[in-house]
Design a protein around this ligand. Structure first.
Ligand code: HEC
Length: 379
C-alpha cells in the first residue's frame, strides 16, 4: 500500500455566516489554496473568498465568436459562392437574412463549448477521484453543514498554525484529510483505453437500443390502405385467370358500353361514302375544332393547313390540305384519315374523340373556305 500524505485540514461550521466569516479570515491570513463547501450556493461567498471571475466566460466568448464567424462564412460561401440564387431580387450576400442563423450558431457553439470545456478541461472528466470524496467532511457539507478546506500545498500551510486558525474562527470540527500518493500524480484519463472503450460501449448500446426500439419495436406499416387495394390494376398479373393476364380481351362479338367500333377500318373510300358529319357548324364547335387542330394537327400541317410544318424536317412535310383532292373529299373521307391514319400519318383516334374529330374536320373546312373564298363569301 502506498503511503498516505496530508491533503488538507477541514473545518466544519453550523451556519452560513460562520463559514463566510471564516473564508474572509482565510483571505486575510493570506491562504490561497483553500476552498469552501456548502450544501447550496451562498450569496456573497465569491466576494468573501475574493474569487476572480470564472475563466469559463472566456471560453464562451471565444467559441461564441468563432461560431458567429463560422456561421457567417458558411452562409456567405453557400449563398454567394457555391450556389448563388436570386431570392426576391436581394443581393447574394444578404447580411440581414443571415442574422437569425448566425445568432443560433453563436449560442449553440458557445453553450456546447462551455459545457464541454467545464466537464473535460476544468473538471478533468473522466477523472473523478478527489481526496475529499468519501470523507466524513464531505458527507456533512453536502447535507446541512458548512465547511472550509485549507490545502497542504498552500505556501503558507503549516499544521499548527492552520489548526490554530480554524480554532480562532470557531470551527466545530477540525480534521486532517489524507490521500494516497498515486492520486496526486493523476494524469488526465480522457485517452485511457478503458474510458474510450466505455464511450464506445455507451455509443453502441444507445444507438442499438434506439435503432431496435424505433425500427423494430415501434415500427408500424405505413398507412397504405388507399394505395394497396385488393383489385386488379392495369398490367398486373392475375391470379384468377389461368393465362395470368389481368387485362382481358372483350368477349368476341361484344362491344364496350358507350363505344361504337369504327366500321370502316382499311376502307377509307367506303367511309367517305357512308359517314355523315353529325356536328353542326357553330361558333363553339369551330372554336373546339380550332383548339384541337392547333394542338394535334398544326405541328405538321401548319396553322393554315398549307403543309408548312414546324418540325424543321424531323418528320416529312405533309401535303397541303387545300389541294383539289382534299377539298372535294367528303367529311367522312377525311374522318377515315384521322381515324385510321394514312401511310406515315398516324391515327388520331386515341387523342381525339369521335366528336372532336368531326369538329376538327369542320375547322379544316373553314380553313379551306378562307383560302378559296368565293365571291358570295365576301358579301
Ligand atoms: C406527325 C405529323 C402529322 C400530324 C400531327 C398530322 N398529320 Fe395529317 N398528314 C401527315 C402526313 C405526312 C400526311 C401525308 C401522308 C401520306 O403520305 O399519304 C398527312 C396527310 C393528311 C391528310 C390527307 C392529305 C392528302 O392529301 O392525302 C389529311 C386530310 C390530314 N393529314 C389531316 C390531318 C389532321 C386533321 C390532323 C390533326 C388531327 C393531322 N393530319 C395531323 C402528317 C401529319
Amino acid at each position: 500500500m502506498s503511503e498516505k500524505i496530508l491533503y488538507s485540514y477541514t473545518g466544519i461550521f453550523d451556519t452560513p455566516d460562520e463559514v463566510t466569516h471564516a473564508a474572509e479570515e482565510a483571505v486575510k491570513q493570506g491562504y490561497t489554496k483553500y476552498d469552501v463547501n456548502t450544501p447550496y450556493p451562498l450569496h456573497g461567498m465569491n466576494k468573501a473568498m475574493n474569487l476572480p471571475p470564472s475563466k469559463l466566460g472566456y471560453v464562451a466568448l471565444i467559441f461564441g465568436l468563432s461560431g458567429a464567424l463560422g456561421g457567417l462564412l458558411s452562409l456567405w460561401w453557400v449563398s454567394a459562392i457555391d450556389y448563388p440564387l436570386v431570392i426576391g431580387g436581394k443581393p447574394f450576400f444578404s447580411f440581414p437574412a443571415y442574422i437569425p442563423v448566425i445568432f443560433e450558431v453563436t449560442v449553440l457553439s458557445a453553450a456546447i463549448a462551455t459545457v464541454l470545456a467545464m466537464l473535460f478541461f476544468f473538471f478533468k472528466l473522466p477523472n473523478n477521484a478527489h481526496p475529499l470524496h468519501a470523507t466524513d467532511y464531505m458527507k456533512k457539507v453536502s447535507v446541512d453543514k458548512y465547511g472550509i478546506v485549507i490545502q497542504a500545498d498552500d505556501p503558507k500551510f503549516d499544521e499548527a498554525s492552520v489548526r490554530k486558525f480554524l480554532e480562532r474562527v470557531h470551527a466545530k470540527e477540525i480534521n486532517a484529510v489524507y490521500w494516497v500518493e498515486e492520486e496526486i500524480t493523476h494524469k488526465h484519463k480522457i485517452f485511457e483505453p478503458k474510458f474510450l472503450t466505455f464511450l464506445l460501449v455507451v455509443v453502441i448500446i444507445t444507438s442499438g437500443t434506439t435503432y431496435f426500439s424505433l425500427n423494430k419495436l415501434m415500427f408500424m406499416l405505413p398507412f397504405n390502405w388507399m394505395m394497396e387495394q385488393q383489385k386488379q390494376n392495369p398490367q398486373q398479373k392475375s391470379l384468377v385467370f389461368a393465362d395470368g393476364f389481368g387485362m382481358r380481351k372483350p368477349v368476341e362479338g361484344t362491344i364496350a358500353r358507350g363505344f361504337l367500333p369504327y366500321e370502316f377500318q382499311g376502307q377509307p373510300d367506303l367511309a367517305g361514302e357512308k359517314l355523315i358529319n353529325p356536328i353542326p357548324i357553330s361558333k363553339e364547335s369551330l372554336q373546339l375544332g380550332q383548339t384541337k387542330y392547333d394542338i394535334y394537327c398544326s405541328p405538321c400541317h401548319g396553322y393554315q393547313g398549307e403543309g408548312d410544318s414546324r418540325l424543321r424536317g424531323q418528320f416529312p412535310n405533309p401535303p397541303s390540305l387545300h389541294s383539289e383532292k382534299v377539298r372535294t373529299w367528303s367529311d367522312g373521307r377525311i374522318f377515315a384519315v384521322l381515324t385510321d391514319g394514312q401511310n406515315i400519318m398516324p391515327s388520331y383516334s386515341t387523342q381525339l374523340t369521335v366528336d372532336e374529330r368531326w369538329t376538327v374536320i369542320n375547322y379544316v373546312r373553314a380553313l379551306q373556305r378562307a383560302l378559296n373564298a368565293k365571291e358570295s363569301d365576301l358579301q
